[in-house]
Design a protein around this ligand. Structure first.
Ligand code: GRG
Length: 309
């Protein structure tokens, strides 16, 4: 079977025939299978169990799906990007494990289950996160086939930037330092672009790099990613107020209890939603020149604002 034939509802389908629901379900299924097969014989068994517990706990799998969709838009096959897609979900999952620790957000519910440290203890939760982070780089460097080495090197570079101080870690530190302080819109945007936006951006950029995107497409995808990244976090802030813990699978209402600065707190619910819609619209506009092939990424952008969890 060719790579295109194995791709769910391949991205070159005409706009009026693109079935996003099926695309999402099939992509998720492929990602789940790849995640399931991604953890080798880690020893000791207790570490492997803690890694699997969080990695296979469900979740929307938005990040790997964005990566696969961007690879296809750039002309690659999703199978070439799958190890990187798995790596992105590993980095995301380790950031959730660490974010939930008592020293950080101190949460006991994630993806509808007790958080990692509630089951395995803090030390093993920290180490399971560390092992997932390092395994992510192994996935790209050692478990990818059919992708030129220089493209993989660019992917490793992109991932190292977004995971570290210039990305998630930096955003998390500014977030922690902002607790209990008045935060303006500029600082809030900085936190979100680093804590949440950077990884979402890496998803589309790494996928596109693997698919062989040219500079013009990479530039457009960076604009797209910035829009969906910020919109994603605004919707996250809104859902923290409007949705239940049951639906979210994580503790709802935490921002209000902690009196955290959020978009709804600064702008109100209506204005926040308008801002998220405008950002998604800008994101989609950036992909206009590729409209037909970009159907999955366009639909994923809409999904970000229409989601209920
Ligand atoms: C990456 C080295 C390294 C350290 C992590 C703890 C930390 C540093 C950063 C915090 C990052 C964080 C938890 C940001 C929040 C992102 C966010 C909105 C998560 C929710 O994403 P969803 O809704 O979750 O996609 P599911 O469960 O569906 O995957």
């Amino acid at each position: 079977m060719t790579a295109a034939a194995t791709s769910p509802n391949h991205g070159s389908a005409p706009a009026d025939r693109f079935d996003f629901k099926t695309y999402l379900a099939q992509s998720k299924q492929q990602v789940e299978a790849a995640l399931d097969g991604s953890l080798g014989p880690e020893r000791p068994e207790s570490l492997r169990e803690a890694m699997r517990y969080s990695l296979l706990a469900g979740g929307k799998r938005l990040r790997p799906i964005l990566c696969l969709a961007a690879c296809e838009l750039a002309g690659g096959a999703s199978s070439q990007a799958m190890p990187t897609a798995v790596a992105l979900e590993m980095i995301h999952t380790m950031s959730l494990i660490h974010d939930d620790l008592p020293a950080m957000d101190d949460d006991d519910l994630r993806r509808g289950r007790p958080t990692n440290h509630k089951i395995y203890g803090e030390a093993v939760a920290i180490l399971a996160g560390d092992a997932l982070l390092t395994r992510a780089f192994e996935m790209v460097a050692l478990r990818t086939s059919g992708v030129p080495a220089e493209r993989l090197l660019s992917v490793v570079g992109e991932l190292s930037l977004v995971a570290g101080a210039p990305g998630l870690v930096g955003g998390q530190v500014v977030d922690l330092e902002s607790e209990g302080k008045e935060v303006d819109l500029e600082t809030l945007e900085y936190i979100h672009l680093h804590k949440t936006g950077a990884l979402l951006s890496a998803c589309v950029i790494t996928g596109a790099l693997i698919g062989g995107a040219d500079e013009e497409l990479i530039k457009a995808l960076r604009i797209y990613a910035r829009g969906i990244g910020l919109a994603f976090q605004i919707i996250d802030d809104i859902l923290d107020i409007t949705a239940s813990s049951e639906v979210l699978g994580k503790t709802a209402g935490k921002d209000l209890i902690a009196d955290k600065t959020t978009y709804p707190k600064l702008l109100g619910l209506d204005e926040s939603r308008k801002r998220a819609d405008a950002l998604v619209s800008e994101a989609k506009d950036a992909l206009n020149p590729w409209a037909e092939r970009a159907q999955p990424l366009l639909a994923l952008a809409d999904f970000i604002t229409s989601r209920d969890r």
